[in-house]
Design a binder for this molecule. Sequence first.
Ligand SMILES: NC(=O)c1ccc[n+]([C@@H]2O[C@H](COP(=O)([O-])OP(=O)(O)OC[C@H]3O[C@@H](n4cnc5c(N)ncnc54)[C@H](O)[C@@H]3O)[C@@H](O)[C@H]2O)c1
Length: 316
Amino acid sequence: MLKTAVIGAGSMGRHHVRNYAEIPTSQLIGLADPDEARSELAEKHGCGFFTDYRALLDQKPDLITIAAPTTLHYQIANDALDAGCHLLIEKPVSDDLEKARALMAKASEKKLKLAVGHIERFNPAVMELKRIIESGELGEVLSINNLRVGPYHGRILDTGIILDLGTHDVDLISYLFNERCHSVFATATKRKHNHEDHAVLQLGFGQGHTGIIQTSWLAPYRARNVFVVGTEHFALCDLMNQLILVYDDNPEGNNLLAGLRPVPDGEPLKNELTSVIANVMEDTEPLCTAEDSIYALSVCKAALQSVESGRSQDVV
Ligand SMILES: NC(=O)c1ccc[n+]([C@@H]2O[C@H](COP(=O)([O-])OP(=O)(O)OC[C@H]3O[C@@H](n4cnc5c(N)ncnc54)[C@H](O)[C@@H]3O)[C@@H](O)[C@H]2O)c1
């Protein structure tokens, strides 16, 4: 069993707190948040509460989730690595590539795990979709198109939508292709937010394969869908409702038949935390490594450059 803790117990961090309290291989020892109102959450789960995260580090947790605002990830993670803690940092790993690389180097030097919370990899629907793609049933996958839209909630103030939401889909599309993209072209607009709040990204992969990401905080309802176009079949995956439809040609005519595929139950975050705890206990590699998250961040950074330049950017 590992001693676990959470730094930043807001909208996302509170779910880490709940899951760490429920997972049998975890002993939740505390949470840190400068907002005193979060002490209620600590009381509910019978763990320590600290307004200064350094006081939580003094309690020597084995594994910490960092779910504070993205621009604070580096400082908190750096201190937590110095304190000898394994880390799960919420996506995006940082707002800055050099800082992300420095964290990866420090974790490696100290032989500590650094996992990053690209949660969709742990969504049971994604696990099943990846299995379907790798079985060859869809044929050659030509493009993967992700739609991730919803109203702006007013919470994320330190980054725009490309870093905040686009990073999920850069990671997810690359994970499903099992390949890293070589270029990105992006357009974006800024309407209700201090950074971009609507963006379309086109990722270039080998053999002309393409990833398209449409992400927006200007939509009236939430949707998270993945459309996979294969040479044999087309698949639609609804990430929120954890559903997969595979469309087959109808031998009776031109209409398409859609078959609903079984997806096992499971909360993505619980799967993710259980997996990271096992990585620490068994000394194995996380499913989403620091290097994977640095790749996703560098694609998002190149996308932001593309928005500025109006041209496709190489991903280096
Ligand atoms: N994986 C996902 O699907 C997902 C979803 C939402 C958010 N996130 C990520 O989680 C992070 C937090 O986002 P959120 O939506 O929960 O934001 P939020 O504003 O709801 O929560 C952030 C919390 O951090 C606290 N905080 C601020 N400064 C702190 C400090 N110095 N030490 C400790 N805590 C501090 C705030 O008081 C707040 O409670 C971001 O990096 C975001 O990108 C990931």
